[in-house]
Design a protein around this ligand. Structure first.
Ligand SMILES: C[S@@+](CC[C@H](N)C(=O)[O-])C[C@H]1O[C@@H](n2cnc3c(N)ncnc32)[C@H](O)[C@@H]1O
Length: 340
């Protein structure tokens, strides 16, 4: 899925003009007048997406999200020269926030839409570090590279297959919601992220979706409930091989979610074997997988309502009382459920 088409078309017109502050100001003015650029509660701006219901950020604040959902939980301040993969970098709020908390961050920004990168030049994100990002974007448009802030203007599925990637300490995963656009939430894509992370690396996403968390567990991540900013549900943190400090920070996800991931059709993840399917193909394939699971389990198949309310075999429920993290519980429950 992409940002709103009308917004992209208008930005394209300005990309052809000189990059003067007069033109950039005129662009933001027009986007605001057309209600395509929307002010959030912290006075920073976000863009409408192709789905009229979905903005690129939540209403509580585009910059607030960058800080509270990504930079702070990633613990970037504590990492020496952190290497960050900023997936779906958009206007760069998450990258600006990371630099604010650690000026030595090396960031690889991955964004499909050239227009969103350009729009960053027209915005005034109220942190000095925005100038560093603006400068990298400006150089990108001039055709120059930047060692510290690299910009990959392409589909993230292609980027993850590159040979020149780093071993990332933090991965910011900020795609549109998985039920609208599952392309970057598939097992195969998340596996590539896993392979490109440092041992103590952490992936962060605002999404708490069941199939997404299920895919993370399948890839080998240790999942943890993250902070909730502007939503009821918490964000997701996923560790590759948590160190002692990280182990202490791991929080179980809600128990009913553990059960849904382990036992229900809702817990079936998205797949994209050759990393080339579109959203509707991925969604359709998952429907088939859900139907197959139902047929395979026959009488043993629990309804979602039963699973949510915990009206299931005591043996499975007892696993949730063990001193394990959510990923371990989910794997154990699933194994026993499918064995019986
Ligand atoms: C929710 S917004 C992210 C906002 C962004 N982090 C920011 O700070 O402005 C999602 C972004 O993902 C981009 N996107 C969508 N699909 C993509 C893909 N397959 N690869 C790379 N970027 C993608 C969209 O163009 C959009 O800018």
């Amino acid at each position: 899925m992409l940002p709103n088409k009308k917004a992209l078309d208008l930005i394209k017109i300005y990309m052809e003009k000189d990059f003067t502050s007069k033109n950039l100001k005129e662009l933001t003015k027009k986007l605001i007048e057309l209600d395509l650029l929307v002010k959030t509660e912290d006075n920073t701006f976000t863009v409408r997406s192709d789905d009229p219901e979905e903005l690129m950020h939540s209403r509580v604040g585009a910059l607030k999200e960058g800080i509270e959902k990504f930079a702070v939980p990633s613990n970037v301040t504590e990492i020496k020269n952190p290497k960050i993969l900023d997936l779906c970098s958009g206007m760069g709020y998450n990258a600006v926030s990371a630099l604010h908390y650690n000026i030595n961050s090396e960031i690889d920004m991955v964004e499909y839409s050239k227009e969103m990168l350009f729009l960053s030049l027209a915005l005034d994100i109220p942190m000095n570090e925005h100038l560093i990002i603006k400068n990298a974007i400006f150089e990108f448009f001039k055709g120059n590279g930047n060692q510290k802030i690299r910009i990959f203007n392409e589909d993230a599925r292609f980027t993850l297959l590159r040979k020149d990637l780093k071993k990332y300490d933090c991965v910011f995963h900020d795609a549109f919601s998985p039920l609208n656009d599952p392309v970057l939430y598939t097992v195969e894509f998340l596996k590539l992220i896993y392979e490109n992370m440092a041992d103590s690396g952490v992936l962060i996403s605002y999404s708490s979706s069941i199939p997404f968390r299920s895919a993370l567990v399948e890839c080998g991540f240790i999942i943890s409930e993250g902070p909730s900013v502007g939503r009821k549900r918490g964000a997701t943190l996923a560790y590759k091989n948590p160190n002692e400090l990280q182990k202490k920070e791991i929080k179980r996800i809600p128990e009913s979610d553990e059960r849904l991931i382990a036992l229900s059709g809702v817990g079936i993840p998205f797949y994209d074997k050759n990393l080339n399917l579109n959203s509707s193909e991925i969604i359709k394939n998952r429907e088939v997988d859900r139907e197959n699971l139902k047929n395979l389990l026959g009488d043993k198949y629990y309804s979602t309502t039963k699973i949510k309310s915990g009206k299931i075999d005591e043996k499975l429920l007892n696993i949730q009382k063990e001193n394990l993290n959510s990923s371990e519980i989910i794997k154990k429950m699933k194994k026993i459920y499918l064995q019986n």
